[in-house]
Design a protein around this ligand. Structure first.
Ligand SMILES: *[C@@H]1O[C@H](CO)[C@@H](O)[C@H](O)[C@H]1NC(C)=O
Ligand SMILES: *[C@@H]1O[C@H](CO)[C@@H](O)[C@H](O)[C@H]1NC(C)=O
Ligand SMILES: *[C@@H]1O[C@H](CO)[C@@H](O)[C@H](O)[C@H]1NC(C)=O
Ligand SMILES: [Ca+2]
Length: 459
């Protein structure tokens, strides 16, 4: 693990060596000095809405021509968008681990080594999960009296000791894994769904997903559980953390009957429209319970849209490639912050920021001192959120040397050797390679200011 010591003039330097595709990205510097500022806070409720495989280009406010996200667009008009917001890894588990620990994947144990997402992907037959030594956001917020609920996908280990209630969450409705399936054999049962510590059914059984029609009521169910939690917290008056993580835009995408066939963009668009409607319902509920000016809501996605789904998946806007690559399309995420009467409305903030910052920022707002025992990789974004400031920073730089090893393989050995095309219809000669190419000695460098689509390497 090596950190790049000098970021002068370079805001973003993302260096993921030994990954199968390597890019170094570089943008022009923003130069506004910033001093620590904790803002006007009184333990606001914190709601993080984390989408699954939703791309930067899927929202109307981020330029999608279909303009099918009126609620998210309104959320942006009432809040602040961050067009330079990044995940920590272009895959579900490491991204979620980074958000909840405030730490780079290589620190928190969910990371990609020199292969396609080895040891970063946690299907139901993996035996490992989030380490007990990691301190998750709900555990820290509990020190300030917060009650925390996760609704939706966990993906940090499915065995009993790794589940959310063992790692700081008080409540959970959702699943430890993706909704792949159906698996109708004894060796590989369907993915379970939990309510708290109790398993209450399985995907494709008690919680149906019709893969032919794309119909499922799961987004509505995840909405109802979130609303019910907010209602209860409004009564008790205790501050709360809601981690709302629906997965309808992860393949196989789904939507409820009311939304099926309503989008120009096919079932993926139907799923986006339903999630958009649910976001609107959640913000509306905060208003009707008079919690809006005391609730920070942050909307983002865990990784870029999966281009391997082709036209059946999402859009990463102008950016190269998508999920499972470290190009901008895999790493840059849509991001909206909303907190009426605290975050100035209708702003675009070009601050470089990451999911790991949500950890640090939440602790600052809750008045909790970050854990001193472990290094954190996020920073406090309150100067950006509350005072529209921007400042220079390095997002991350790490070098994966001898410490990287393969814990499991996701793909067949044949796929391992042949490679998978994660950039269909977007090949850039010498940049996107189907096989694994080690660029450690000669990293590819892009100037994102001039070339956000990473088409023209400057080295
Ligand atoms: C935040 O600022 C507003 C307006 O200045 C004030 O009314 C409110 O009491 C402040 N809240 C806290 C927690 O400081
Ligand atoms: C969704 O809920 C509706 C109304 O309860 C029901 O008719 C429908 O069968 C459900 N669909 C699925 C796929 O569960
Ligand atoms: C990967 O593909 C490139 C271009 O086709 C080729 O030059 C390189 O040798 C290949 N590397 C491996 C490890 O097969
Ligand atoms: Ca994902």
């Amino acid at each position: 693990m090596t950190r790049i010591p000098n970021c002068q003039g370079i805001v973003l330097l993302l260096l993921l060596l030994f990954s199968h595709i390597v890019s170094i990205t570089l943008t022009l510097a923003f130069s506004v000095a910033v001093t620590a500022n904790n803002g006007n806070t009184s333990k606001p409720n914190i709601i993080i809405m984390l989408m699954d495989d939703m791309g930067w280009g899927d929202l109307g406010v981020f330029g999608n021509p279909a303009m099918e996200t009126p609620n998210l667009d309104r959320m942006a008009a009432e809040g602040m968008i961050f067009p330079n917001f990044y995940t920590a890894n272009p895959l579900c588990s490491p991204s979620r681990a980074a958000l909840l620990t405030g730490r780079l994947p290589i620190r928190n144990g969910f990371y990609t080594s020199n292969a396609h997402a080895r040891n970063a992907y946690t299907p139901q037959y993996i035996v490992e999960g989030i380490s007990n030594t990691e301190i998750l956001l709900p555990k820290m917020l509990h020190k300030a009296g917060y009650v925390s609920k996760i609704v939706g996908k966990w993906h940090l280990g499915h065995r009993a000791s790794f589940l959310p209630l063992k790692h700081g969450f008080h409540e959970w409705f959702g699943s430890p894994n993706c909704h792949f399936g159906p698996f109708n054999d004894l060796d590989r049962p369907n993915i379970p769904v939990y309510d708290g510590a109790q398993m209450v059914g399985r995907y494709y059984e008690e919680f149906p997903i019709d893969k032919k029609t794309g119909e499922s009521n799961l987004t509505q169910l995840y909405l109802q559980h979130a609303l019910e939690f907010i209602n209860r917290q409004a009564v008790t008056g205790t501050p709360f953390f809601l981690y709302w993580a629906p997965d309808a835009t992860h393949a196989p995408v789904y939507a409820s009957r009311r939304f099926l066939g309503t989008s120009q963009r096919g079932i993926y668009g139907d799923a986006v429209r339903e999630l958009d409607q649910a976001v609107g319902a959640l913000l509306e509920r905060l208003h009707s319970l008079d919690l809006h000016s005391n609730s920070l809501v942050f909307f983002t996605s865990d990784n870029g849209a999966a281009l391997i789904s082709g036209p059946k998946g999402g859009s990463n806007g102008p950016f190269l490639c998508g999920k499972e690559t470290t190009f901008e399309g895999g790493m840059r995420e849509p991001a909206i912050a909303w907190w009426p009467s605290h975050i100035p409305p209708g702003r675009v903030n070009h601050q470089l920021a990451t999911v790991m910052d949500l950890f640090t920022t939440s602790l600052v707002l809750a008045g909790v001192t970050p854990p001193s025992s472990t290094p954190l990789d996020g920073i406090d974004l309150t100067p950006a959120l509350l005072h529209t400031r921007t400042w220079d920073r390095c997002i991350c730089a790490f070098v994966c040397l001898d410490g990287c090893f393969i814990l499991m393989t996701r793909n067949s050995w044949q796929e391992f050797h042949q490679g998978i095309n994660f950039c269909p219809a977007q090949e850039v000669h010498g940049v996107t390679t189907h096989n694994q190419t080690d660029h450690t000695q000669h990293p590819i460098l892009f100037h994102l200011g001039r070339d956000p689509g990473e088409k023209y390497p400057i080295r």
